[in-house]
Design a protein around this ligand. Structure first.
Ligand SMILES: [Zn+2]
Ligand SMILES: [Zn+2]
Ligand SMILES: [Zn+2]
Length: 148
């Protein structure tokens, strides 16, 4: 799979060894369509008779997040693989409150605007963490005819 390959390359390029636990977590993230907590990952692995400590899993997720290979979905308390491959601006999520769909997006101009807000207060922002909650296009369809 492409993500698995790219994630492994990125780790190597940053001088991190491709340990079995790192490889395993990357593979699980690659297969998943929704956010996973360290415990979710542990359970999925147990189904395949693979035992991995949740602290180890958490450490791997932390590393992947620091390299922008994965992100935390704040309102879901889980982690997802990055789907934007180094797109400009902070990577964030829109989370549908009806069906739980999670969509990653980034917008460089949004970051610029946020930096201006920070600068006005003499603050230097290194990262912007926000998440949108609401209704996805599909779920909105069934509510058409008025603003919610
Ligand atoms: Zn991303
Ligand atoms: Zn939805
Ligand atoms: Zn940003």
């Amino acid at each position: 799979m492409r993500y698995t390959k790219e994630a492994q390359e990125t780790l190597k390029n940053h001088g991190f060894r491709l340990t079995q636990s790192r490889k395993t977590v990357i593979k699980v993230l690659d297969k998943s369509k929704g956010p996973l907590s360290p415990y979710d990952i542990q359970k999925l692995l147990q189904e395949d008779k693979v035992e991995l400590n949740h602290v180890t899993i958490y450490r791997v997720l932390d590393l992947l997040c620091s390299l922008n290979l994965a992100h935390r979905v704040i309102t879901k308390g889980g982690f997802m693989k990055c789907t934007l491959e180094g797109a400009e601006g902070c990577h964030r999520y829109m989370v549908c409150r009806a069906c739980g769909a999670v969509a990653e997006f980034s917008d460089g101009s949004l970051c610029k605007r946020e930096n201006e807000v920070a600068e006005k207060l003499g603050f230097y922002a290194e990262q912007h963490i926000t998440e949108f909650t609401g209704l996805c296009a599909k779920c909105r369809g069934s509510h058409r005819g008025g603003h919610i």
